[in-house]
Design a protein around this ligand. Structure first.
Ligand code: BEZ
Length: 211
């Protein structure tokens, strides 16, 4: 069964490169990114894991814990990490789940049999501190993900969690935002004392509130 937006992220216990974890307990009060890659010792995956390790301080800044997964065992992840450090110039600095029995992959529907019946696709799940799934993305094996986009979505999710705003197409942190349509103009006046630009009654553009 697919994991969908708003669902509680399935909990599990699994071995990782940093010891066994119970997922919800490991997340604690943090946000989380759980992402799968198809296979260890493969080229695109090597670049992805190296890049995620490089931008880990950006996840830390946002109170986000990152964890990877494939159906390879932990021993294989540990061996592969040496190659990642050598070729990508950055040691892997987050846990990777070893899931040879596909327990977690099945829980999160990460194996799409019509694409490949044994390997996980490139799934991404962003999970909020309430353990609800906030974002799901699926990429094919041949396309490395844009992890800067994942950070951008987290910025948007964290902003909308705290303020009654949504973010427009291609928004990045610091740019103007949109007052959610559910808020009346009277309610909006209290929350946005600086006002807004009424492009249309349903499209009210305002400065980013937490700036
Ligand atoms: C890769 O990471 O390069 C890859 C992995 C599985 C299938 C195709 C490509």
């Amino acid at each position: 069964m697919a994991v969908r937006l708003g669902d509680t992220a399935p909990d599990f216990t699994a071995p990782t490169t940093q010891g066994e974890i119970s997922f919800h307990e490991w997340l604690g009060d943090s946000w989380g990114v759980l992402f799968s890659h198809p296979k260890d010792f493969t080229p695109v995956c090597t670049t992805e894991l190296g890049y995620v390790a490089t931008i880990k301080p950006e996840f830390d800044k946002r109170n986000v814990k990152v964890i990877g997964l494939s159906v390879d065992p932990v021993d294989s992840h540990v061996d592969w990490e040496k190659d990642i450090e050598e070729t990508q110039g950055q040691a892997v600095n987050f846990p990777m789940i070893g899931d040879p029995d596909r327990n977690v992959a099945d829980l999160y529907d990460m194996i799409h049999e019509n694409a490949n019946d044994t390997l996980t696709v490139r799934s991404v799940f962003v999970i909020g501190p309430d353990k609800k799934v906030k974002l799901t993305i699926t990429y094919p094996a041949s396309t490395g993900r844009n992890f800067d986009e994942i950070l951008r979505v987290i910025d948007s999710l964290q902003l909308t969690a705290d303020h009654k705003v949504a973010t427009p197409a291609n928004w990045t942190d610091g740019e103007d935002v949109i007052i959610v349509p559910a808020l009346s103009d009277d309610e909006a006046r209290d929350l946005f004392p600086g006002g807004w630009e009424p492009v249309k009654p349903y499209l009210r553009v305002t400065k980013q509130p937490n700036r």
